[in-house]
Ligand binder design. Structure first.
Ligand code: SF4
Length: 266
């Protein structure tokens, strides 16, 4: 599968885990599930087992092989904090992100309590790294808003919200300690409609709190026709990124060898 992404707010995707299970209304039309299930039973295809959750250890070290800095969406086809992903595996993902620090990583979850608890403990070093951005999905008030609180309780250097698919007015939100907000409507067959007032309310709250705002899409059945213009302009703001130099080829080879040896089953 190509590592270049069509997602507007990232460059590449990295999937050391594939597959997931639904956890809240935002998952109803999960694009990852729809994509993965298309290939169930296709021998040798990365999604031969559809959307069943699987660890993909051979993908763990992939960012170390990319020698140009990229913005990387971690686990676009899963949720890193799913209960079936063991702590030690998440720690290995973090070891790679800390080693290949010339990239910027975007980790997004709906399992915000587990993320918070691990960022406070085993993932402490990764939490503090400003090239790793930690985010939660917020689709509605009931399940989405509590995730913001969990994120704020986590000792993360950079925190963000992905308010997508926005399926209702989420009202006033607490933006304390947040560094980025992405908003988008649902797309594809059966997409639940978004209202401009819901988006404008979030945009205006971000402007007031000086939080960068990214409007990804209106969505709908034909998202390319509805576009991403809001009040006559596009919003493509990002948090500040940090520049870390790319390690030399020799350094990268050495780290790769060390990490791959440590990832190998005993
Ligand atoms: S948590 Fe994300 S990847 Fe998992 S089912 Fe829900 S939308 Fe899909």
């Amino acid at each position: 599968m190509a590592d270049k992404s069509k997602i507007e707010w990232t460059d590449s995707t990295w999937n050391p885990v594939r597959g997931c299970t639904k956890v809240s209304p935002g998952c109803m039309h999960c694009y990852a599930e729809t994509f993965a299930e298309r290939f169930r039973g296709v021998k040798g295809h990365p999604f031969e087992f559809g959307f069943d959750l699987r660890l993909i250890p051979e993908k763990l070290a992939e960012p170390l092989r990319w020698n140009q800095p990229r913005m990387i969406f971690v686990n676009s086809m899963s949720d890193l904090f799913h209960r079936d992903v063991p702590d030690h595996y998440i720690e290995n993902v973090c070891r790679v992100m800390l080693a290949a620090k010339w990239h910027t990583y975007q980790v997004l979850t709906k399992r915000s309590e587990r993320m918070r608890d691990l960022l406070k403990t085993k993932l402490h070093d990764a939490a503090r790294a400003s090239h790793i951005w930690w985010g939660v999905s917020v689709e509605n008030k009931k399940q989405g808003i509590p995730r913001i609180g969990h994120l704020q309780e986590a000792p993360a250097a950079v925190r963000f919200l992905s308010v997508e698919p926005l399926i209702e007015d989420i009202g006033k939100i607490n933006l304390r300690g947040l560094h980025w907000v992405i908003v988008g409507g649902e797309s594809g067959h059966g997409a639940r409609p978004i209202q401009p007032e819901w988006v404008k309310s979030i945009r205006d709250q971000c402007a007031k709190a000086k939080v960068p705002f990214f409007f990804k899409q209106w969505g709908g059945v034909r998202k390319h026709e509805t576009g991403r213009t809001l009040d006559g302009r596009t919003y493509s703001e990002f948090p500040e990124t940090v520049d870390h130099p790319v390690s030399t080829a020799d350094e990268r080879r050495a780290v790769l060898k060390e990490l791959e040896t440590s990832f190998a089953p005993a």
